[in-house]
Design a protein around this ligand. Structure first.
Ligand code: C2E
Ligand code: CA
Ligand code: CA
Length: 713
């Protein structure tokens, strides 16, 4: 059984992969170039010699006498044309058509001549047999001519044609070898021609081993059967040629078969190795240009492709637009259905976007963000189609598609910058109900540059003291006396003037630079407090705003500790404010930080309570000392009866779970009175003082406008 398997494999009955087939075919074709070249030269030389040795003959006599050489010469010519054509793809290779047509005509002429000369003495089958090589040559020439005229344009793979050409050529060569060996003058020497042709066909053209065995077997038997009579003649004349030559001949046959089998396996092994390398390479290439999750292109490929599209002289770049697509609310999808399903949806979405913008560069940038280099004429219509399908995706969840657009201003626009601009335009319509598309225009441009300015200048702003702390009073509701201050950052810029946190905080957070600002604020607050104490002033606790990212980008607690130690400040003089939204999607970093802050002795306040949708969960999972009720409950306070009921309940809720409450944004006496009555301990808002520089605060305390309470906690 094992032997059988081995034999099956060794004889080449196992299936080869397409790549292996192609590899061997290509090797054959390349070999065919050399072989046919040798044949051409050799036969040409033979013809010349023939003419040279037989002066005074007529043209037709030469024609008859040269038949075999002419056939071999022509088949060599056909093969070299084919090989040449296969290796080099010329658009219009007219020479190939002319030459193959010429061979067809020549061959037909030879056939006609043969028939005319012999038709009197031969039957039809005898004529056909006599013309066997002419017929083979005709097949070869016609096959090539058809290939040249009909298939080449359609780019049909020439594997089968290659095999066919090789087989026909092989048979012609072998036939030529056998006949020349047998019928030429000096028999002993002419055997060389047979041997050469055999090696030629068996080893140079790589056949499957069983085909080699078959071809060589048939050719040998044929040669042997024709040769025996002449050997017998020699034996009868007294020589002992038959046995010796028969043994030599068969030894040669076996060696040749072995060599050709071994060459086949060697080539196949090379092909296998090559295929492995190519597959590995392809996988690497794919990984380099494909997005892992969705399988559509990644940004690396997108950037390259976009450069190509824009640089193409046929492209009108003013009709192109970079689109940035963002699926809003996708996080809720993940929360509700799980990551797995979220990923599945992203894949579907990616394919849908790719298909909608078929033929245009499309890629996934990250998360639920996609980019396209679209045509301006169809861009909006197509995004509209995608939006419709997104709306219909799930009834339980409302997903929205927000799109930012950027029109390249020149052919050599950098796609990375263009995508950044489109993304920025898109970020401006985030959470804006009913606005789904924003193009990057001059207005957006100036905002964008301002943002870039902010990101690029934060370091120097910190260094040069452009970041300032403003303090806003917090008062006891009962006495309206100062019990604390909130530190709020201001950026006093030499170019843009006074920047409000509403402008620079979101930018610094987006570009993950916010910790630089906060560190600077901690430092200033501690420094101010130390100076006030040294000057003999009474100080009140200051609350510091922490961004969620502070805990990721730096050791926020450690940095705070350092400041406290450096300026020797009491820990209960500093409160940490953490916003509710920061805690909503906490992955553990923040909850651990809150824990540590408590342990270290800092009070932690929950900022902006009620501004998000997860308020109650946050209360359940974390412990806070003070609940800062968001100022949105006070908008339209006078007219809105519901606000009072809600505020009243929040304050009672806080009390119930052992937290103190503070309401921010108090602007009217009416609101202040209501909140005092409802039991809210602390108040903060313009009614008691806007955020102000330290000097102004000191002045107000000095002149009695602000009275510092005796009770601070
Ligand atoms: P926040 O922490 O909720 O700060 C309260 C904001 O409400 C401040 O705006 C304050 O000026 C404003 N405000 C106070 N009372 C009233 C009032 O009666 N009426 C109205 N309409 N507004 C009032 P500001 O200073 O512009 O700060 C905005 C936000 O920027 C802050 O909201 C805070 O989240 C963030 N922020 C400010 N400074 C820093 C900081 O140093 N670090 C960090 N990470 N964030 C900061
Ligand atoms: Ca705050
Ligand atoms: Ca707040």
């Amino acid at each position: 059984m094992r032997f059988l398997k081995w034999a099956v494999r060794e004889l080449g009955f196992t299936r080869s992969s397409d790549y292996q087939k192609q590899y061997i075919n290509e090797t054959n074709i390349r070999t065919a170039v050399y072989m046919s070249f040798i044949v051409l030269i050799l036969e040409f030389w033979m013809i010349i010699r023939y003419v040279d040795q037989r002066p005074g003959r007529t043209f037709l006599e030469y024609f008859d006498g040269e038949m075999n050489y002419l056939i071999l010469f022509s088949s060599g010519l056909i093969l070299i044309l084919f090989a040449f054509r296969h290796i080099r793809e010329y658009k219009n290779f007219i020479l190939g058509k002319i030459l193959s047509a010429a061979v067809i005509i020549l061959d037909a002429a030879m056939m006609a001549r043969y028939v005319m000369k012999n038709k009197a003495d031969m039957s039809v089958s005898g004529l056909l047999l006599g013309m066997k090589y002419l017929i083979l040559l005709m097949l070869l020439a016609v096959a090539y001519h058809v290939y040249e005229c009909f298939f080449i344009k359609k780019n049909i793979r020439s594997d089968i044609y290659g095999q066919m050409m090789n087989i026909l050529f092989g048979v012609i060569c072998l036939g030529f070898g056998i006949e020349t060996s047998l019928y030429d003058i000096s028999k002993q020497r002419q055997i060389l021609c047979f041997v050469t042709m055999m090696i030629f066909v068996a080893c140079m053209l790589i056949w499957k081993p069983y085909v080699s065995v078959l071809i060589l077997g048939v050719a040998f038997l044929r040669f042997y059967s024709l040769w025996v009579p002449s050997l017998i003649a020699i034996d009868e004349a007294g020589g002992k040629a038959k046995d010796g030559d028969t043994i030599n001949l068969f030894t040669f046959w076996i060696v040749l078969v072995m060599v050709s089998i071994s060459i086949y396996h060697q080539r196949r092994l090379e092909a296998t190795k090559d295929e492995g390398l190519i597959q590995a390479n392809e996988a690497l290439n794919r990984a380099a240009i494909e997005d892992d999750l969705t399988g559509i292109h990644n940004m690396f490929y997108f950037n390259q492709e976009s450069v190509e599209v824009l640089n193409d002289p046929d492209t009108d770049y003013t009709k192109k637009i970079f689109l940035f697509l963002n699926v809003e609310n996708f996080k809720t999808y993940n929360d509700q259905f799980g990551y797995q399903e979220g990923n599945e949806y992203l894949k579907k979405l990616a394919l849908m976007i790719r298909d909608t913008f078929e033929g245009e560069p499309v890629a996934r940038q990250s998360d639920d963000h996609f980019v396209v280099l679209a045509s301006t004429e169809t861009a909006l219509e197509r995004t509209e189609a995608i939006r419709d399908r997104i709306h219909g995706a799930r009834q339980e969840i409302y997903l929205e598609l927000k799109v930012g657009g950027f029109k390249p201003r020149s052919r050599d626009a950098d796609p990375r910058v263009a995508v950044d601009c489109a993304r920025y335009a898109c970020s401006l319509i985030k959470n804006k109900y009913g606005v789904n598309y924003r193009e990057y225009d001059d207005d957006v441009d100036s905002r964008f540059h301002k943002n870039q300015y902010i990101v690029n200048r934060i370091d120097s702003a910190v260094e040069k003291g452009h970041i300032k702390v403003y303090y806003q009073p917090v008062v006891w509701s009962e006495t309206r006396e100062l019990c604390g201050l909130e530190a709020l950052a201001r950026w006093d810029d030499p170019t843009y003037g006074f920047l409000s946190p509403g402008v620079f905080i979101p930018v610094l957070e987006e570009y993950r630079q916010i910790h630089k600002l906060d560190k600077c604020i901690f430092e200033q607050v501690c420094k101010n407090m130390r100076e006030a104490m040294d000057a003999g002033r009474r100080v009140v606790p200051v609350s510091l705003n922490f961004s969620r990212l502070d805990f990721e980008l730096m050791d926020a607690v450690g940095v705070l500790q350092e400041c406290v130690e450096k300026y020797n400040i009491d820990k209960d003089m500093l409160h940490v404010e953490v916003t509710e939204s920061a805690l909503a999607d906490d992955d553990g970093i923040l909850s651990r930080a809150v824990e540590t802050l408590h342990k270290e002795g800092y009070a932690v306040w929950l900022d902006d309570f009620g501004s998000g949708y997860s308020s109650l969960n946050v209360l359940k999972d974390f412990r806070f000392d003070v609940l800062k009720i968001d100022m949105k409950f006070l908008t339209n306070f006078e007219k809105n009866e519901k606000s009072r009921i809600i505020l009243d309940n929040i304050i009672r809720l806080a009390d119930g779970i052992g937290m103190m409450s503070l309401t921010e944004g108090v602007e009217t006496e009416e609101a202040a009175k209501f909140l005092t009555g409802a039991g809210c301990g602390r108040l903060q808002g313009y009614l008691f003082g806007k955020p102000m520089p330290l000097e102004e605060l000191h002045a107000k305390i000095n002149d009695g406008t602000i009275k510092v309470s005796d009770r601070l906690i």
